[in-house]
Design a binder for this molecule. Structure first.
Ligand SMILES: CC(C)(COP(=O)(O)OP(=O)(O)OC[C@H]1O[C@@H](n2cnc3c(N)ncnc32)[C@H](O)[C@@H]1OP(=O)(O)O)[C@@H](O)C(=O)NCCC(=O)NCCS
Length: 442
């Protein structure tokens, strides 16, 4: 029978090493025995951006990028999108199993009792400039929550972890809505716990003078669907930030602030905004070939296309394409959809995109839906952060419980100067213009 090992020959020494294979991986630490001499540090791998390195073992989310599969805790995203709602999915992501009726009711209650925020948080938010980006406000206020809940530092206590998870999932919509109202110069609206999770969020965003806000059920469901699709996506940039910062054993509010900061970046949470900008810039269907030409010439990227992991149609994009039409029934069609559909049709027939396995990703359709629902583009990453909180907290708790995990501390390959002696300032040579230019480049 074939052995589940990897044999490596070091051609520098002629020595052979047999490394165990587990889950189709070898342990990077096993490479350290490969040395030229006894005082040699040992072999490492070089993997910028961790494109081929598993940093953890996880039971939460499964992705098969080649086949376009996404599952939370084993359940296909398509089935959750069709039958579940966000809070039930969040329970699944956090706790590992779908709840029975009683547990679901308790969970909903336990999350909803945490929708209020301390009045000082409100004052704190009022201190932001009138034009502050809502995502920047979210980073700041989530970080500030750690000062309101010092008990959260008790990360090894199961009850404390559970409490902070419910608190964060409960408070995120409130903080997000306050950030939006602040940027619009509108008074904050307190949570209405008679409404659903997304219904209450819509109320806190859009309620004006009416005594009771009645969310449109189609939009409420569409937002819920978007929340289900964004609940987790295994070790992406923000989740990696959550785990990495959390590995220092800081409280989960501080770690979540770091995750939100990662999501703020245009390559992560900002891609759907870029899609809307690109489609607006194209303006009409007849101008699509012009853009495709530029993309193929390497002058620009087709935003919302391609993915580090999916080399097939992103399953979330498929679900959203269908949902877009249900939203447009209520809001009226977003004119950008015609351009998006035609762009997708042309790209999927073009060898440039086919040969590189570039398919629409989740951001290709989410921005168009958010825009039709009346959200300003600055709110798009905020709408991503709310549901991803369940994923972040679940990943964080898994990391805290994992006995193999330690403080995250990658290695480097040092390529700088060798040892040299300090030169007193008066003795340092005057740099040439070229040397100065090089220094400025850095
Ligand atoms: C998501 C993304 C960063 C993944 O990048 P990646 O895994 O590092 O893929 P690469 O940059 O190695 O791309 C591989 C090839 O496809 C091309 N490519 C990738 N995405 C492309 C895009 N959106 N438009 C045009 N060409 C693209 C690259 O130029 C490269 O071509 P080459 O082999 O001729 O050089 C990238 O696809 C992208 O920038 N997409 C647009 C932004 C976006 O939608 N982001 C949201 C992701 S959810």
């Amino acid at each position: 029978m074939a052995k589940n090992t990897l044999t490596i020959t070091d051609n520098r020494t002629g020595k052979q090493y047999e490394l165990p294979i587990e889950n189709d991986t070898i342990r990077a630490g096993d490479l350290r025995q490969i040395k030229v001499s006894a005082d040699d540090f040992g072999m490492m791998t070089y993997d910028p951006a961790f494109t081929n390195t598993a940093s953890c073992k996880s039971k939460i989310t499964f992705i098969d990028g080649d086949r376009g599969i996404l599952r939370y805790r084993g359940y296909p995203i398509e089935e959750l999108a069709e039958h579940s709602n966000y809070l039930e999915t969040a329970y699944l992501v956090v706790k590992g199993e779908l709840p029975d009726r009683k547990r679901l009711q308790m969970w909903e209650h336990n999350v909803k009792v945490h929708t209020m925020v301390h009045e000082n948080i409100k004052k704190f938010m009022e201190g932001f400039r009138y034009d502050a980006h809502p995502m920047g406000m979210l980073v700041g206020t989530i970080g500030a929550l750690s000062t309101f809940y010092p008990d959260a530092a008790n990360i090894h206590d199961l009850e404390s972890r559970r409490l902070q998870t419910r608190r964060l999932i409960g408070k995120l919509p409130t903080l997000a809505a306050f950030a939006y109202r602040q940027s619009r110069g509108l008074p904050y609206i307190y949570p209405d716990n008679d409404l659903s999770y997304t219904g209450n969020f819509l109320s806190m965003l859009f309620r004006m003078t009416e005594l009771k806000y009645k969310p449109n059920p189609v939009l409420e469901r569409a937002l819920d669907l978007l929340f289900i699709l964004h609940a987790d996506h295994e070790q992406n940039c923000s989740t990696n930030a959550m785990r990495s910062v959390g590995s220092s054993q800081v409280d989960p509010y501080s770690a979540t602030a770091a995750a939100v900061a990662a999501l703020y970046g245009p390559l992560h949470g900002g891609a759907n905004e870029a899609v809307v900008r690109m489609l607006t810039e194209i303006g009409s269907v007849d101008r699509i070939p012009e853009l495709i030409k530029k993309v193929k010439a390497g002058e620009r990227r087709l935003m919302g296309f391609g993915h580090r992991v999916y080399k097939n149609y992103d399953p979330r994009a498929k679900i959203l394409k269908k949902a877009a039409y249900e939203v447009f029934e209520v809001t009226g069609a977003n004119p950008l959809i015609e351009i998006a559909l035609e762009l997708e049709r042309i790209a999927l027939q073009d060898d440039y995109f086919v040969s590189r396995k570039l398919y629409p990703n989740v951001d290709f359709y989410s921005g168009i839906i958010y825009q039709a629902m009346g959200f300003p583009t600055a709110m798009f990453p905020v709408l991503f952060a709310i549901p991803r909180t369940s994923g972040w907290m679940s990943q964080w708790a898994e990391m805290v419980r994992d006995e193999e995990q330690k403080i995250a501390r990658p290695r480097q390959v040092y390529i700088g100067e060798g040892p040299r002696s300090y030169i007193p300032i008066e003795k340092r040579p005057v740099p040439t213009m070229r040397e100065e230019a090089v220094a400025e480049e850095i």
